[in-house]
Design a protein around this ligand. Structure first.
Ligand code: 5RP
Length: 234
């Protein structure tokens, strides 16, 4: 199977996964990226069974609207029943690196509000240890160089993602070669650097469920369920 087919399979599996929770008043949180796009396309097939969506980026909001799915601002809704998004890396604790599409800040906000966070990814995103994928950090533009110097002292090699402006008007540093032994501690430490808006480690709020597209089918991994329940195939 191609990577595209694996992404498509997890996008459709996510739909099956959230369907029992769908109520007419339900608001669904939507991530950003190619896998999230496939989920939006799948969601359009059941668009009459929920109220609408909160998007984590302008691009996702546009795609939802193109499908006729009502898009709400986060400030307009009381709760989000489920958030579905892709990832750049996921470990066995379902801690993630995200931000390859530069939407990490809004993704983290919507994920935090959501009752359940379902991550959808092809098997290439599954890793033992986070950090082979360069860690994206959204920064206030005037603080970029100062933040980069601090990251160098932490052992990282920050690279400015030239030409990219986030939906919040900020810039992105991609940090190579960070030794992420403790993802929660690293997430906190980087977020405490003045001028950092947020970093792409999703460790304090990991996914609740990871649907991983493999050549043998979609594998469901969860940190809530027992190990015996893991490995279920759709
Ligand atoms: C965007 C993200 C994406 O979820 C991540 O980059 C994965 O993208 P794709 O589904 O295209 O592989 O974090 O900011």
């Amino acid at each position: 199977m191609t990577q595209y087919e694996l992404k498509q399979a997890v996008a459709e599996a996510a739909l099956k996964f959230i369907k029992p929770d769908l109520k007419p008043e339900a608001i669904i949180g939507i991530g950003t990226g190619s896998t999230a796009n496939l989920f939006i396309d799948a969601l359009a097939t059941v668009k009459d069974s929920f109220r609408g969506a909160v998007a984590s980026s302008e691009a996702s909001a546009e795609r939802l609207k193109d499908h006729g799915i009502p898009v709400f601002e986060l400030n307009e809704v009381d709760s989000i029943v489920v958030y579905v998004d892709g990832a750049d890396e996921a470990n066995r604790k379902l801690q993630l690196i995200k931000g390859g599409g530069a939407a990490l800040t809004q993704e983290k906000i919507v994920a935090q509000v959501a009752k359940t966070f379902v991550c959808i990814a092809d098997e290439s995103k599954s890793v033992e240890k986070l950090g082979a994928f360069p860690l994206p950090i959204e920064v206030i533009p005037m603080a970029r160089s100062a933040i980069a110097r601090t990251l160098v002292k932490m052992g990282g090699r920050p690279v400015y993602r030239e030409g990219v402006v986030t939906d919040n008007g900020n810039q992105i540093l991609d940090v190579f070669e960070l030794d992420i032994k403790d993802a929660e501690a690293m997430e906190t430490k980087i977020n405490n650097i003045p001028g950092v808006v947020t970093n792409g480690l999703f460790a304090h709020r990991p996914a609740d469920v990871l649907l991983l597209g493999t050549k043998d089918g979609v594998k469901k991994l969860s940190v809530i369920n027992t190990m015996a329940e893991d490995g279920e195939f759709y």
